[in-house]
Design a protein. Structure first.
Ligand code: ADE
Length: 241
């Protein structure tokens, strides 16, 4: 998969693309990431990418002509999918990352905090927000997108953890533990040490349900419970203080 990022801060991607799992995925040829400086598409001699808003108001807006030129120059075919980072969109979900990870080519345009000329929006397929809060620019959101997508392309990670994610479908992850078996009087649950895989699976499912109930009860509103989950939920509720 190829991902192109259009940004006015290309230097922000240096550490990100050369670190840890992300660089490993790129080195293995599973993804190709191209960072493009939007400024290179400005035609004036000072390479301006923004200008003052019509009608007044604070701040500067990114110029539609510069953005559009940058976008057109980085779309290679009819299947290139284009997204604009913006707080003015539905917040990203894991399903969106799965959808993006199946695309051959994605172009991410990083918007900027004071805004962009509204007319640019018609040239992208979709706007993507990473949450209901406002950041200074789209660079961190674009890295969130890339990180979440590349992780899904990594067979090494995905074989096991994707299986777990589908086991946990719609629920938060169950708690996990590693050595030492006891820390400050807090012990790893016995059931996880007994090697009985059936019991461990049921326990983990119960804990996933409990985590979700306590931390994100909204996720359970539309959850389609299995018979086993219904039983476990009953146990959880009866055990609550
Ligand atoms: N730009 C500024 N805030 C943002 C957000 N929450 N998501 C995506 N892009 C943004």
């Amino acid at each position: 998969m190829k991902i192109t990022v259009l940004t006015i801060f290309p230097e922000m991607y240096e550490g990100f693309l050369h670190t840890s799992i992300i660089s490993r995925i790129i080195d293995r040829g599973l993804a190709q990431i191209k960072i493009v400086n939007i400024r290179d598409y400005s035609l004036d001699k000072h390479h301006h990418v923004d200008d003052t808003p019509y009608g007044g108001g604070a701040g500067m807006l990114m110029k539609v002509d510069v953005l559009h030129r940058a976008l057109l120059d980085n779309i290679s075919n009819d299947y290139t999918y284009t997204v604009l980072t913006s707080p003015k969109a539905r917040p990203l979900k894991q399903d969106d990352l799965i959808r993006f990870s199946k695309m051959d080519e994605l172009v991410i345009v990083c918007g900027h905090y004071e805004g962009i000329d509204h007319r640019f929006e018609r040239y992208v397929d979709e706007k993507v927000s990473i949450g209901d809060y406002v950041l200074t620019g789209g660079e961190l959101p674009s890295m969130v997108l890339i990180d979440g997508i590349l992780r899904l392309l990594d067979e090494g990670i995905s074989a096991d953890s994707l299986k777990e994610e589908s086991f946990n479908e719609g629920l938060l992850e169950y708690p996990q533990y590693t050595r030492p078996v006891e820390y400050n009087g807090d012990r790893v649950p016995d059931v996880l040490q007994n090697g009985n895989h059936k019991e461990i699976r049921r326990y983990n499912l119960k804990m996933a349900l409990k985590e979700t109930l306590l931390n994100r009860p909204d996720l359970l509103d539309n959850h389609e419970y299995t018979q086993e989950e219904r039983e476990l939920l009953g146990e959880i509720v009866s055990e609550l203080p």
